[in-house]
Write a protein that binds this ligand. Structure first.
Ligand code: NCD
Length: 307
């Protein structure tokens, strides 16, 4: 069974290349309005205990485009039997007898792993607290691959809430698969990358720096990956307010960046990228979001039917 709980599940350059190729095929067929029937008769269940727009809708749209069906609990804390006290494990045990694959988002780190242990069908982690978000990383990599034609020899900055940002935690694990990647980790002192990921990068021999200032690194970058300060992970609103606008990318910052740099963001954006940046051709975050649909179609296809 192909569960996708952490980056580890996709940690194979050949597998990623095949998923990228399939995603590209999905995009081409989608643009020609060709109907897919590959997953006809299959059911995807999306169970979200935390808010989402892109992740849930792109999985659902992708499943429908592949000819499958969707059952969904959007606000599982209130709208499911969780409000009556049902455990995640019981919910998963039952839903896994209705569906062929489950996409789960949950506020607790480790929840997806626990769900996979009791599920009859593959579980895809769509975010477990501050843990991981491996399918976001999949389409982040796909986007870099599309924009730069390669993932080798790039200088990448991961910026913002590196402590709590699960998209960053998943994405950085893939970087050692690629040749001569240079990494700038840009975060305020209080929101630095958890030690286990720093140790991972060291152990894998990745060339990285940890800095607190964004402006001095901008000119070196091929990929700027901005993230939102994860408000919901803060215990005190005051602490969040004090730090929320620590990095703001505006039109002026663009002047120093390379002409072919790519600006990414998993979205939702709050203030960290000014809307005036959107019209710059280097702003790739909306293209990135669209890539999410095709990459997730490829992933669903691989999980349920292989290549
Ligand atoms: C991310 C998440 O949920 O972790 N959103 C997403 O799925 N694109 C990023 C975020 O919420 O900041």
């Amino acid at each position: 069974m192909r569960h996708v709980i952490t980056a580890e599940a996709l940690m194979d350059r050949k597998l990623l290349d095949r998923l990228f190729a399939l995603a590209q095929k999905m995009e081409k067929m989608g643009k020609r309005n060709k109907l897919h029937t590959a997953l006809r008769g299959k059911i995807l269940a999306t169970i979200f205990y935390e808010p989402s727009t892109r992740t849930r809708l792109s999985f659902e749209a992708g499943m429908i485009k592949l000819g499958g069906g969707v059952i969904s609990v959007e606000n599982a804390v209130q709208a499911s039997s969780a409000s009556k006290g049902e455990s995640l494990e019981d919910a998963i045990r039952v839903v896994s007898s209705f569906a062929d694959v489950i996409v789960l988002r949950h506020p607790e780190s480790g929840a997806a792993k626990a769900a996979a242990e009791i599920s009859w069908v593959p579980v895809i982690n769509a975010g477990d607290g501050s843990g991981e978000h491996p399918t976001q990383a999949l389409y982040d990599l796909y986007t870099i691959h599309k924009e730069h034609n390669t993932l080798d020899t790039l200088h990448i900055a991961l910026v913002g809430d590196l402590l709590n940002g699960r998209t960053v935690h998943s994405l950085l694990q893939f970087l050692p698969l690629y040749r001569k990647v240079q990494l700038s980790l840009v975060a305020p002192k209080k929101l630095q990358l958890p030690k286990r990921y720093v140790d991972y990068l060291k152990q894998k021999g990745v060339n990285f720096e940890q800095v607190t200032q964004l402006v001095p690194v901008l000119k070196k970058l091929d990929v700027l990956y901005m993230t939102r300060i994860q408000k919901e992970r803060f215990r005190s609103p005051k602490e969040y307010e004090a730090i929320k606008n620590v990095y703001v990318l505006d039109e002026r910052s663009l002047l120093t960046m390379k002409k072919d740099a790519v600006i990414m963001h998993p979205l939702p954006r709050v203030q960290e990228i000014a809307v005036t940046v959107d019209r710059d051709p280097r702003a790739a975050y909306f293209r990135q979001a669209e890539n999410g649909l095709y990459a997730r179609m490829a992933l669903l296809h691989w999980i349920l039917k292989g290549f």
